[in-house]
Design a binder for this molecule. Structure first.
Ligand SMILES: [Zn+2]
Length: 189
């Protein structure tokens, strides 16, 4: 495992947890990069970081079948790519992907509570994917005014909360700087 295939704190750039979850591959374009969920432990530590896993609910706070959870996480992430790609490309949201998100939410609904302020709390580990699915559904049904964007270089998703409303990159530290360097090289051959 190298540094580039582990998720790090700097990866939380999206402005929404569902999008950060979708961004757990090294890159999506121009070709799919390394999976940052290298194994069930990487998935669990990511979920711990986001406080999605119940902290005090042992032994129910951890997945009964970690490998099945990893499979489910990757499948859910694939659905996120489908719906958020459609959204950011200006296409209608594919009904089968939306249907699968609803099925995920329904499967885990007993493992969560929805609070009066719209926040959700995980009661049992299986609720984690329900919360993520519901957050994604909320984003596509009620998108922020500036919508969800995909980074021009790597395909990571983000909300554009910049003052100038012209954010093009997942992060200036990575893709933004690389694009700048490329433009400089092109202008100074
Ligand atoms: Zn990027």
């Amino acid at each position: 495992m190298t540094a580039t295939t582990e998720w790090v704190e700097d990866h939380f750039i999206a402005g929404d947890l569902a999008l950060d979850f979708a961004n757990t591959v090294y890159r999506r374009t121009p070709e799919l990069g390394a999976d940052l969920f290298t194994n069930a432990v990487a998935l669990t530590t990511w979920l711990d970081r986001t406080h999605l896993l119940p902290a005090t609910d042992q032994p129910y706070g951890r997945f009964a079948d970690p490998d099945a959870a990893l499979d489910e996480a990757r499948a859910l992430r694939g659905l996120f790519w489908t719906v958020f790609d459609a959204h950011s490309d200006g296409r209608t949201i594919p009904a089968d992907a939306l249907s699968s998100l609803l099925a995920t939410a329904r499967r885990g609904i007993a493992g969560i509570t929805v609070n009066p302020d719209g926040s959700m709390t995980t009661l049992a580990s299986e609720g984690v994917f329900a919360i993520l699915a519901l957050r994604a559904i909320r984003l596509v049904l009620s998108p922020p005014s500036r919508g969800v964007h995909a980074c021009d270089r790597c395909g990571w998703f983000f909300l554009d909360n910049s003052r100038g409303r012209r954010r093009r990159w997942c992060s200036m530290k990575t893709c933004g700087n690389q694009a700048k360097a490329e433009r400089f090289r092109a202008a100074h051959p």
